[in-house]
Design a protein around this ligand. Sequence first.
Ligand code: SF4
Length: 428
Amino acid sequence: MRGPAGSSGHPGRDGLGLGTRGASRGRARPSPQGGPLLRKDPVVGAAISPLSDLQSLLTVYRPDLATELTALDAPAYRYQQVYEHLFLRPGEPFAQATALPIPTRIALDSYGESTLSSDASRTATDGTTKLLLSGSDGLRLETVLMPYRDRSTVCVSSQVGCPVGCAFCATGAMGFRRNLVVGEIVDQVRMAASLAGRLGRRVSNVVFMGMGEPLLSLQAVLDSIRILTDPHGLNLAHRSISISTIGIPGGILRLARAEPQVNLALSLHAADDRTRARLVPPRFRHPLAEILDAAWEHFAITRRKLLVEYVLIKGVNDSHEDAHRLAGLLRGRVVTVNLLAWNPILRSTGTLSSSEPDPAKDRRANARDLNRPILRTLAAPSRASVAGFRDTLSAAGVKTVIRHSKGSRIGAACGQLAAQHDSYFPYL
Ligand code: SF4
């Protein structure tokens, strides 16, 4: 269990992170030099971190925990208590798990503590809290806790940066560093649950809408869902989990079959391939027809309503004709369209270094973003055009809601998509 381990966050041979299930439980082979293997991501080509996924028991599915305990010379029948300690007393070292015998506590002492460290946090006036976290390799990621009247939602990251690189997205501008491993995804929720608990709340919903494209790291996402929904752990309902994608048809179908109760959100942002080509780089861009075919197949399998996300950008995708085209694509389908006005001041900063908001630093970072040639060409739509877009869709019988960002004043954002966090809450 110690040492370098499997690569569940690593895209599989099919390039969709659909490699061997349970890979997170495997052991990585040491390199000939004795160090951890450096691996090349087959999709994005970049070297990915040799970060161990088994540095923490958080990555172990409960039924497998007994086996892992045996390997640690700890009594297998204690697995239930160990699991409850991990998830019901997050962050507490095993040394304090007084329900366990002392030898077991000693054996487990280096496990169960966080795979991530908390570098900073910011809380907005609406209660939204952004956690800036870092992995053991120092790479930073963001998690957002959003409290609502009747629920608390955590927005988790699945990658550090994003290989897709959408033109309107600050995360995409960061480039891609690596996939998160299962334990890191689970730990984001566990840390947010700990924060929620201190506020007298319980995390009820999870959206994979933070940094990264979840369907490009699907196996780690699926493994983490299995752990997050364990009734003896965080006990989240499958139906309270949503996965947002830019549109990876193979991943959509795999998700439908693997987790039919999990919600799918499709970031469409355009109603024709030509417009979409301005927003989504070619490497991970699929034809709209293929994406929608996969989405309808997803519905046929799951019967779950599709959420369509559409960021309106002035002069790019916000015309009356765009609305008509989108209506033509979605008419008669079980969907809700969430409209969001592109907002040039939203930014997901990876450079936050203190717990205090730093408006000057944010302004500089935003200026850097705005200096990107494509971003210089983007502009927010007028209120009238957003309302007109909604009216056109609604008149065609397509349920459409205008959403507003939550926590954007603290940069609780996955690029421009972060503002869509708000989109999910009415449905979950
Ligand atoms: S919008 Fe989503 S898929 Fe596109 S670059 Fe940003 S995080 Fe990646």
